[in-house]
Design a protein around this ligand. Structure first.
Ligand code: ADP
Length: 405
């Protein structure tokens, strides 16, 4: 079976969160079951820099949503990739979705509509090369319009799966963009791409997909309620017969404490004492006292969803307990400030590193005693699974994929 996975981030090429971990790990896991996955992703600078210079274009566009573009294919880090090289859309500094200061690119609708259109009209349809898949698998709102383009195509198209990694991110845009999408007029309808008077990318994908999956069985139930449904619970309930909750797994090759190159000392369940070196490395990196008190950590986007305001309000209480806390994260500037202020109040007891640091996230899992995850909602969450594998006890909110049931 051949699957076309369409995703806006894929580890190790580009990552902002768990989506990339999963899209990066799933092809390897499925290969073991005889399923081959080709992954289509946007040509961000970090992706193109890794492709050999002379990679030949499989297809060229004179004008794809306002500029020249090409489709190139290659193999990187064991992943079979199809890359949409569209400099006017993806060759810019900053992050995958914004300028790096927390502001989204204003043309995100155009960037991910072009991406979806190329995935549907040129790859999934079989128009380019012999790449037609047996199944199209779209991840999150950035890829979701792929399924709408396929649905409104006159040719028969392969069956499709829409995976929701986080229903909070929906890709909602004003109705004025609709004429530029190149969809037929009948698509702007309640059972099409129309969403509260505008255009909803994720909504369109949920409507068009043959099957819908989300990343834990609990979250699949939660999103059917107004509390977690983020306005889409009505539609999700209508499609409940096609909804499946499949718990995420982790890449046990990337996350293996016995061989992890990011650790100060590798260890296994039989040699937990060796975690001591990692613990000392964490103390040094976070400016914490070296003592025998419990060492807690957080590795997270610093947002309301992740309960980081709850954590910020409890910093004094955590320090009063006699524990130490190391926080690695970035996100809302107000939360960054509140956590840094807590670290200033409790020197040696609380340390905060603001930023994104893949290596340091491994070291924390290998050195801390427990990882705190006070999320308000959590579709699956991966850091608790990494914690379980690294002997870093997850202390979690009872929501989504976090609790063991
Ligand atoms: P989400 O995708 O909602 O952010 P997940 O728990 O599913 O949450 O996945 C988060 C992923 O991002 C994990 O691999 C985690 O280790 C990583 N991560 C989050 N914040 C940071 C950070 N500041 N530095 C390094 N890795 C981070």
């Amino acid at each position: 079976m051949k699957i076309l996975s369409v995703a806006s981030e894929v580890f190790p090429l580009i990552k902002t969160g768990g989506l990339a971990d999963v899209t990066g790990a799933l092809p390897g896991a499925l290969a073991a079951l005889g399923v081959s996955v080709r992954t289509m992703l946007p040509g961000y600078p970090s992706v193109l820099a890794r492709l050999p210079k002379k990679t030949k274009a499989l297809h060229s566009y004179a004008d794809l949503f306002g500029g020249k573009a090409r489709i190139v294919a290659g193999t990187l880090d064991g992943l079979d990739l199809i890359v949409l090289d569209a400099p006017h859309l993806f060759d810019r500094p900053g992050g995958a979705y914004g300028d790096g200061s927390g502001v989204d690119w204003p043309d995100n609708w155009r960037r991910f509509a072009a991406f979806a259109r190329a995935a549907a009209a040129d790859i999934a349809s079989g128009a380019v090369g012999d790449l037609r898949p047996d199944i199209v698998h779209a991840h999150d709102w950035q890829a979701a319009l792929t399924l709408a383009y396929l649905r409104y195509d006159e040719q028969p198209s392969p069956p499709s799966v829409m995976t929701v990694h986080n229903l909070a991110f929906q890709g909602q845009f004003p109705a004025s963009i609709f004429p530029e999408l190149g969809l037929p007029p009948q698509a702007m309808a309640l059972d099409g791409v129309e969403y509260f008077g505008g255009v909803g990318f994720l909504k369109a994908g949920l409507q068009a997909a043959h099957a819908i999956t989300t990343v834990s069985p609990t979250y699949a139930q939660e999103i059917r309620t107004p509390e977690f449904g983020m306005g889409l619970d009505g539609l999700i309930n209508l499609r409940a017969g096609h909804l499946h909750g499949i718990l995420n797994g982790i890449d046990t090759g990337q996350w293996d404490p016995q061989i992890d190159p990011h650790l100060a000392e590798t260890f296994s369940a039989k040699s937990l004492k060796a975690r001591g070196k990692n613990r000392r490395a964490v103390e040094q990196r976070f400016g914490l006292d070296a003592d025998a008190s419990p060492l807690l950590c957080v590795v997270s986007r610093l947002t309301w969803q992740k309960g980081m305001d709850i954590l910020a309000a409890e910093l004094d209480a955590i320090a009063d307990l006699g524990a130490r806390l190391a926080v690695l994260g970035s996100g809302d500037q107000g939360l960054e400030g509140a956590l840094l202020a807590g670290a200033a109040r409790h020197r040696g007891r609380i340390g905060v590193v603001v930023g994104y640091d893949e290596e340091l996230s491994h070291l924390l899992q290998g050195g801390a005693d427990a990882i705190l995850i006070p999320s308000r909602f959590e579709p699956c969450g991966l850091t608790q699974l990494y914690g379980l594998r690294y002997g870093c006890v997850p202390v979690v909110a009872r929501t989504g994929g976090l609790p063991i049931r």
